[in-house]
Design a binder for this molecule. Structure first.
Ligand code: FE2
Length: 386
């Protein structure tokens, strides 16, 4: 069914034993997007995705260059930032890439050590370790570049008990739409340029001590028209998973190529967020106006019992309920997963979200790739970019 069927628990333990946890990473701390208008983007993520207001910094708090809104849902923290004048370095990023992910921040025990360990292994510095303080304590952070202009910031917050980070104040809002059941970041996918996938796979192995625990080549990920290759990188404790995609040659233009053309660089393609109840989450998001990729054909849902095999007995969800919401299903030998993908969330066809519910499966929906990519190709055809 999918390459992920090769990954037994024992196999995964063996693979993870190859990871060197010299950082180590405790989890995703936050994801920061540079956007053209953070005030309006924050309203969108609250209204459409059910994020809650958490923290703020801007002119009122003495931040003269940049305004940032921090949103929270479950363990997920999103920062939306906009420059306050033309001299800010954020402008060049926005002009080139449009709205998109600048920072994937990683929670660490020791931000100085994380910086030293990664830069001595070849990481390019974004900023050297610094300590920020306010009345709630101190946070040490440091940063390195990854693919494109994207960066990782290491955040050490063990001596801090403020709302978010020093410099931010609590953001109290009278507008608090209900949450949509989003719990945590499951994985964050990067698109890199032609022939660059293995370079970045090796970078994550060497610089971050990650392991490559799943690989898909273009013979596995292709449709009649387009193809891509993907390798999934994970840190040693499995909390951080970064699949890396590159386009592959085929008759028509790969979705990865379309992304690279519009983002004008390598960058984050999608953020996958987990829910415990995808049916309720997706109903909620659809009601809020979130647009998902068009549904797979009828035959996709008819084939589910055959594809799921013995997992079908364990499946709590009704296939017709999944079909009604266009939710996709895949399985590996450890269980099944349910997933759905939004359309791009900006006018440039770049960043999108995935909603995922894991019921034992540790894969990434490889069995859905064909249906998913055919759906994306229909969108690309509408945009004239296939
Ligand atoms: Fe994904």
């Amino acid at each position: 069914m999918s390459k992920s069927t090769e990954s037994t628990d024992l196999g995964l333990k063996k693979i993870f034993a190859g990871a060197q946890d010299f950082l180590p990473l405790l989890g995703t701390d936050y994801i920061e997007l540079y956007v053209g208008n953070a005030k309006q983007a924050a309203h969108f993520y609250k209204t459409a995705f059910g994020f809650q207001s958490l923290a703020y910094k801007g002119l009122e708090t003495g931040s003269k260059d940049k305004v940032s809104y921090v949103l929270k849902q479950g363990k997920i923290r999103l920062i939306l930032s906009t420059p306050l004048h033309s001299k800010s370095p954020l402008n060049a990023h926005l002009r080139k890439h449009g709205d998109g992910v600048k920072v994937i921040a990683l929670w660490v025990e020791d931000a100085k050590k994380a910086y030293l360990e990664t830069t001595k292994r070849g990481a390019k510095s974004y900023f050297s370790p610094k300590t920020d303080r306010d009345e709630f304590g101190e946070v040490v952070s440091s940063g390195i570049y990854t693919y494109g202009e994207t960066v990782h910031i290491f955040v050490e917050r063990k001596n801090y008990n403020g709302v978010f980070l020093p410099g931010f104040v609590t953001w109290k809002s009278n507008y608090n739409p209900p949450a949509a059941g989003l719990k945590y970041v499951d994985h964050i996918v990067g698109n890199v340029g032609w022939g660059q996938m293995n370079t970045w796979v090796q970078w994550y192995e060497k610089v971050m001590g990650f392991v490559n625990f799943l690989s898909f080549d273009d013979t596995q990920i292709h449709t009649e028209y387009s193809a891509l290759m993907s390798k999934v990188m994970s840190n040693g404790n499995g909390r951080i998973k970064f699949p890396i995609n590159e386009p592959a040659k085929a008759e028509k233009r790969s979705q990865i190529e379309e992304y690279l053309d519009f983002y004008e660089d390598s960058g984050v393609q999608h953020i996958a967020v987990a829910t415990d109840d995808i049916i309720e989450t997706v109903k909620h998001l659809r009601k809020n106006g979130v647009q998902f990729l068009p549904p797979p054909p009828e035959a996709y849902y008819q084939a589910i019992p055959g594809r799921l095999g013995s997992h079908m007995k364990l499946m709590k969800e009704n296939v017709s309920a999944l079909q009604e919401l266009s939710i996709l299903v895949d399985a590996d030998e450890e269980g099944y997963l349910l997933q759905i993908f939004t359309k791009p969330l900006e006018d440039r066809p770049t960043l999108f979200f995935e909603i995922i519910q894991r019921m034992g499966a540790k894969g990434f929906g490889a069995g859905n790739f064909k249906a998913l990519f055919e759906s994306i190709e229909r969108e690309q055809a509408n945009r004239g970019t296939l």
